[in-house]
Write a protein of this length. Structure first.
Length: 421
């Protein structure tokens, strides 16, 4: 069975689950092992949340690579979602102005790279497909004319500004958590004549830390005072502090950077071996600059960053004893903020450490190593990274409102706050 057939079968199985369970939660998912480096960014603000404003001519740029020399024809559509990323009750004609599907016309082959790939780009929204409702959206990319053969899905937000959020971040109030946790306080204020009716039921406020979706949570309203909604002093407002992100740079495939141990050329492929990971659990906190788990593509030879940056197998080494109680993952934007077999460490008995190999595009990367006990849905920074209240994390607060008479959640405001002690 060739790889494309396996991809199609897997996509059909996943979509079958979506149809069977109406409450399927959409996310950033890649269903093809050939698809790499999926990025959706604001054209004028790299490393930001993928947000466009309703009825304005802002653009996001969707980019992705397929590890092949064969050009494929792909289409995409957008799906409107509720605040919890389940599909809303809206029909496509109710939230799309223009065509419901569109072909991705812009693509090019890589050049001067050992790993051959095709690079695709698409503006979101386009001139012929625009959202007409605010809210959460999923971009679904699939083979031309075959909407059930999904290649990947990607989240973005369409904003209709009706509220603002003031965010304060501090060490946790609870004395037992004060040295290792952070607590956020949020004040949501409606703008102008907009009224946030029935806020205890119809307004939902979510908080994210560094873009991680596994620990995103919905905040509980503490009190409503006039036009202000106050969210504080609840357990949902407290996050583990974690630590500054690990980083490595393989912009150059000729010269080693600080965290790269060796660069090899093996059997026609680039191999980048990182230095063994440091266990930070009991090391005092040290502040240094990072990009909060994101990555960006670049190279040092002056080639076009999208078409001329090569791929390499990046090898990670985690020197801890075999643990039969749980698993370790290298997590960041490079893993779509997900924990899966693709970013899971496995124990190598010959090296007596955990190892991981990921195919990544040249650039600068941030990541953390999270631990998950077996039979648990909770991922922890404590075991490898340690937790510190001083950590310079970035918090995103997202505000939704289900207006009277509407059957969907509007996205009405957001705030992004990076800690500066």
């Amino acid at each position: 069975m060739n790889s494309k057939i396996r991809i199609i079968i897997f996509s059909l199985l996943v979509l079958g689950v979506e149809l069977l369970y109406a409450q399927f939660v959409f996310g950033d998912m890649i269903y093809s092992p050939l698809i790499k480096t999926v990025k959706l960014e604001n054209k004028n603000a790299d490393l930001s949340l993928p947000i466009v404003r309703l009825n304005e001519y802002e653009r996001l740029i969707l980019k992705f690579d397929e590890i092949t020399e064969e050009t494929n024809r792909y289409e995409y559509t957008i799906i409107h979602c509720n605040s919890d990323w389940t599909q809303s009750e809206l029909e496509p004609y109710e939230y799309i102005d223009g065509f419901e599907t569109e072909i991705i016309e812009k693509y090019s082959n890589s050049f001067n790279t050992l790993c051959r790939f095709v690079h695709y780009e698409q503006s979101i929204p386009s001139t012929t497909m625009r959202p007409t409702k605010s809210g959460n959206y999923i971009i679904k990319v699939f083979y031309e004319g075959e909407p059930d053969k999904v290649i990947f899905t990607k989240r973005f937000y369409c904003l209709e500004q009706k509220a603002t959020a003031m965010v304060n971040i501090k060490a946790a109030t609870e004395p037992s958590l004060r040295q290792n946790s952070q607590e956020i306080e949020v004040k949501v204020t409606s703008i102008g004549a907009n009224s946030l009716s029935n806020p205890y039921q119809d307004v939902k406020v979510y908080a994210q830390q560094n873009g991680r979706l596994d620990n995103q949570r919905m905040l509980q309203l503490n009190e409503s005072i006039g036009r202000d909604l106050i969210y504080r002093y609840k357990k949902e407002n407290v996050f583990d502090g974690g630590n500054e992100f690990r980083q490595f740079d393989f912009t150059s495939l000729r010269h080693r950077s600080a965290f790269v141990d060796n660069i090899d050329y093996i059997a026609g492929e680039n191999v980048v071996r990182l230095k063994p990971e440091q266990i930070k659990t009991h090391i005092p906190y040290v502040s240094y600059g990072d990009i909060n788990g994101a990555y960006y593509v670049r190279n040092d030879v002056g080639e076009d960053k999208d078409l001329g940056s090569d791929y390499a197998w990046v090898c990670f080494y985690l020197p801890v004893p075999l643990n039969l109680e749980g698993s370790y993952y290298a997590v960041g934007e490079m893993s779509q903020w997900r924990m899966s077999e693709l970013n899971k460490f496995t124990f190598d008995s010959q090296l007596n450490c955990y190892t991981l190999k990921m195919l990544l595009k040249q650039g600068y990367y941030n990541y953390q190593i999270l631990y998950q006990p077996h039979n648990s849905q909770i991922y922890s920074t404590k075991e490898i990274e340690g937790n510190h209240y001083e950590t310079n994390n970035k918090y995103s607060v997202l505000i939704y409102h289900r207006e009277l008479g509407n059957n969907y959640d509007s996205f009405i405001g957001f705030s992004i706050q990076e800690i500066q002690w």
